[in-house]
Design a protein around this ligand. Sequence first.
Ligand code: EPZ
Length: 427
Amino acid sequence: MDQIIIEGGVPLHGDLVISGSKNAVLPLIIAGLLSDRKLTLRGTPRLADTQTLADMLYTLGAEVEEFGRGPGEGLSVTAADLSSTRAPYALVSKMRASFWVIGPLLARAHEAQVSLPGGCAIGTRPVDLYLKGLAAMGADIKVEGGYVNATAKGGLRGARIELPFVSVGVTHVLMMAATLAKGQTIITNAASEPEVVDVGRCLQAMGARIDGLGTRVVTITGRDRLDGADYTVSRDRIEAGAYALAVAATGGDATLTGIDENVLGALVPAMRLAGVDFCTEGNANEPVLRVIGPRGRPHATCVTTEPYPGFATDLQAPFMGLMCCADGVSRVRETIFENRFMHVQELTRLGANISLLGDTALITGVPELLGAPVMATDLRASVTLVIAGLMARGTTRISRVYHLARGYERLEEKLSACGARIWREAS
Ligand code: EPZ
């Protein structure tokens, strides 16, 4: 298994080109199941998760093909015929988002047998809201032998669905399913995350009728069929946020190409409070955000995770990385997932002073971190350890870095180009 080695203490300078969004491309690939025509997705990142999903689509009788290299690269999804409606445990347990095939399968084939995803490192993550939403659209749902067996004889029908709290995945699935349902579906308390907007826009390009994208009420009027489309995926705001934090944490000055400050939501104001400066450069086609690290230690800053445009839970761990060396005590509260603090013990190994009380972490900033061997526990925890390693004096060795390949394309290459001393070694 590979390890990532970092010799810390080098401020990042240069340009980081942000890749296509992982959390948009996964549901976009799944959206390809809704049509018998080809869906072309451009600007897609090459990640372990997209490959895992391609394997899943293959078992359903669809094809996912990568094409090109460089800016024009992407992948196409062709689901001319669905030869199976069964999503097996072996694949769903590898990546939870593959559970989302349940929406398109039910909408197009009127049946689905999808494994329950099983355990997760960041929380219990039940699927009750998916099942309630699909049942409201007329699906008959039984959970048996670890599988959700769902049928919708005669097809799904539109419904009014009020979500008790915001869920990104439930919004994706119900929106996708509703595009082929009979009549109108209104989802209230829908997620407004940029990834949901991306999926909605792609569905519109496929001929779906959707209103209210980016708001809390999304209305979908079903159609008999959807067409193919050629769609460019948005850049990854979570990757961009992690790199912005890495630049700030090393006291660097670097640009993020392809990302607009607005999609970072509450991260930018929080980082400004911490003493980080931002300048918008570039143009509307290719926005560029310059990140200028604080002079000296960052100021202690408190954040609470919330649905978009609030502070993203996927940036909670990386933000804590920055706060490890802040001047003062910061408080980070996690309200989306109940167990998303696995990085805390590993940060402590680098010398961080963090105490946990329920959903809140109190971080007493220390003047510096010291390199040590650490272990990655999940995707966002992994990048946090990279940020901490870049800040730390001495050498940090991160093991279990296979998590990183799930969400960060060419991470070592991108950071090395900005001066970081980071490389991968087989152990
Ligand atoms: C998406 O997960 C993302 N995953 C997550 O990114 C992200 O952290 C999360 O949204 C929140 O922004 C992808 O896009 C592939 P939710 P999702 O449903 O959709 C509870 C990463 O690191 N809930 O919005 O699964 C759930 O347990 C990841 O890239 C129910 O209770 O998250 C959580 O507490 C990890 N019942 C809350 O809702 C349900 O039926 C919000 O989660 C569904 C969800």
